[in-house]
Design a protein around this ligand. Structure first.
Ligand SMILES: Nc1ncnc2c1ncn2[C@@H]1O[C@H](COP(=O)(O)OP(=O)(O)OP(=O)(O)O)[C@@H](O)[C@H]1O
Ligand SMILES: [Mg+2]
Length: 252
């Protein structure tokens, strides 16, 4: 059998912050190319800490993270930053150039892409998120939902192996939330999505991981996990009032 390289492989990952607070206690999971996976778990579970390990913003603990076969380590950092596109919870952590166009061009330009190829990258990424008419606007003049879309475009412009989103639906109005779901579904890319929005996880991600107290407490089909009342209670996961997870079919 030919071994299939996973998009993301996390093995035995443990990490304590410099103040001694241990956030991850041995995290193991693997995500195949093209999968969309939700990362669920209560406040303080370690989700953001885990995400920051995926492109080496945090490191120095034990265990390994491998992206498309490449270890996340200092000597591979440039390649890793290209392969792992992280959309942070707050778009203002991501957008800092005078115009939308420059923000979207920033990453690919730093990776050495120029001229017509760079223009094409920017154009395609903005088109994907429906923000092409905003190319010449300053990001700080846009609404939150528009900035979130531009933040997604900055990451798509890098043509990443895996797209990681930290609470992508937070602060979006219902139409923007649905439009972002449509965008994510239309992409042919591996997705790991941190979310407290359980219906969103169910709608978009056939598989979910539950991170709780710094370990993976569950890994399985999203519908099955959300229907497991004992598991949900144990990890402080709550569905919106009246929401029946069996009423939704997780679609590709
Ligand atoms: N810079 C830091 N220094 C020390 N401890 C930290 C630091 N950042 C986070 N922590 C701690 O690490 C644990 C995990 O935090 P993390 O932000 O990863 O949780 P989370 O699952 O993303 O939570 P949320 O759902 O609230 O975003 C928490 O107990 C938190 O207090
Ligand atoms: Mg977090």
């Amino acid at each position: 059998m030919v071994p299939v390289t996973a998009s993301l492989e996390v093995s035995g990952l443990a990490f304590a912050y410099p103040d001694g607070h241990q956030a991850l206690f041995g995290v193991d999971f693997s995500i195949a190319r093209g999968e969309r996976v939700a990362l669920l778990g209560p406040n303080g579970a370690g989700k953001t800490t885990l995400v920051l390990h995926l492109n080496g913003i945090l490191g120095g603990g034990t265990g390994t993270v491998t992206v498309a076969g490449l270890p996340v380590s200092r000597q591979h950092m440039a390649a890793i930053r290209q392969k792992v596109g992280i959309v942070f919870q707050d778009p203002d952590d991501q957008l800092f150039m005078p115009t939308v166009r420059e923000d979207v061009a920033f990453g690919p330009a730093a990776a050495g892409i120029k001229g017509a190829a760079l223009e094409e990258r920017v154009h395609t990424a903005l088109e994907r998120v429906g923000m092409r008419e905003f190319a010449d606007r300053p990001p700080h003049h846009l609404s939150f939902g528009q900035r979130r879309r531009v933040a997604v475009a900055t990451v798509l412009a890098m043509e990443p192996e895996i797209l990681v989103l930290d609470e992508p639906s937070s602060n979006l109005d219902p139409a923007s939330r649905r439009e972002l779901a449509d965008i994510l579904r239309s992409l042919d890319v591996t997705v790991l999505m941190v979310t407290h929005d359980l219906p969103y996880a169910l709608e978009l991600c056939p598989r979910s991981l539950v991170l709780s107290d710094g370990v993976i407490a569950a890994d399985g089909p999203t519908g099955a996990l959300l229907s497991d009342e004992e598991l949900m209670r144990a990890h402080r996961l709550e569905l919106p009032f009246g929401f029946d997870p069996k009423s939704v079919t997780t679609g590709a």
